[in-house]
Design a protein around this ligand. Structure first.
Ligand SMILES: [Zn+2]
Length: 183
C-alpha cells in the first residue's frame, strides 16, 4: 500500500504547509538556500541525495513559489529563495535551535550573529548587542562550539560554508566565468 500523497486534515494549515516542506530533504534544501547555495550540483554535493530526488524537490519548491529558478544562459541555472521562501527562516532557525538543544551535546552547531555589530541573536532573532530584531539578510552564520567541519577540503562550496558568512549571499565559487552575474 502506498502512502497517500496529501494529508486529510483540511482544517489545519500545518498539514497543508507540510505538503510543501514536510518531505524528506526539502527543508534541508531550503536551509542550504539560506546559506547561499544556488546550484543544482552544489545542493547535490552538500546534501548527498539522489539527483532524481533533488530534481523532484526543486520542482515542487519552484512550482509553489518558494524558490525561483533563474536561467542565466550558457547553461547556468540558479535557485534562489523568493520572499515567500525567505518567510520560512523562523521555522528553519527554530528547528536548528531545537536540534542544538536536544541532539547536539557539543553545543550549538552554528551560531547566528548580527553582521553589523557581531551581537549574538536570541531565539527571537534579537541582537544581544544592539537590541534590534535582525532580518535574515543581516544575519551572519558561523561555526559554533558543536560544529564539525565536513568536506572542508573537498570542494569550494563546503569550504565557504565552513566559514562565517551572511545568509542569502550567493555562494558561487569562481570556477567558470561569471562576469555578467551581477545579481
Ligand atoms: Zn546588533
Amino acid at each position: 500500500m502506498t502512502l497517500p500523497s496529501t494529508y486529510t486534515d483540511r482544517n489545519c494549515s500545518l498539514a497543508r504547509a507540510l505538503e510543501i516542506v514536510g518531505e524528506r530533504w526539502t527543508l534541508l534544501i531550503v536551509r542550504d538556500a539560506f546559506f547561499g547555495v544556488r546550484r543544482f550540483g552544489d545542493f547535490a554535493t552538500q546534501l548527498g541525495l539522489p539527483r532524481a530526488v533533488l530534481t523532484n524537490r526543486l520542482k515542487l519548491l519552484v512550482r509553489e513559489g518558494v524558490l525561483a529558478r533563474d536561467d542565466n544562459g550558457a547553461g547556468t541555472v540558479e535557485y534562489r529563495l523568493t520572499d515567500k521562501g525567505v518567510e520560512l527562516w523562523p521555522i528553519v532557525r527554530a528547528l536548528m535551535a531545537w536540534g542544538d538543544a536536544f541532539y547536539s551535546p557539543g553545543g550549538m552547531k552554528r551560531t547566528l550573529r548580527h553582521d553589523l555589530d557581531g551581537g549574538l541573536l536570541d531565539s527571537e532573532a534579537r541582537c544581544q548587542e544592539c537590541g534590534s530584531v535582525v532580518p535574515v539578510e543581516d544575519t551572519r552564520i558561523e561555526p559554533g562550539p558543536g560544529f564539525e567541519p565536513v568536506n572542508a577540503d573537498s570542494d569550494a562550496v563546503s569550504a565557504m560554508l565552513n566559514r562565517p558568512r551572511r545568509l542569502l549571499q550567493p555562494l558561487v565559487p569562481a570556477r567558470a566565468s561569471h562576469a555578467d552575474e551581477s545579481k
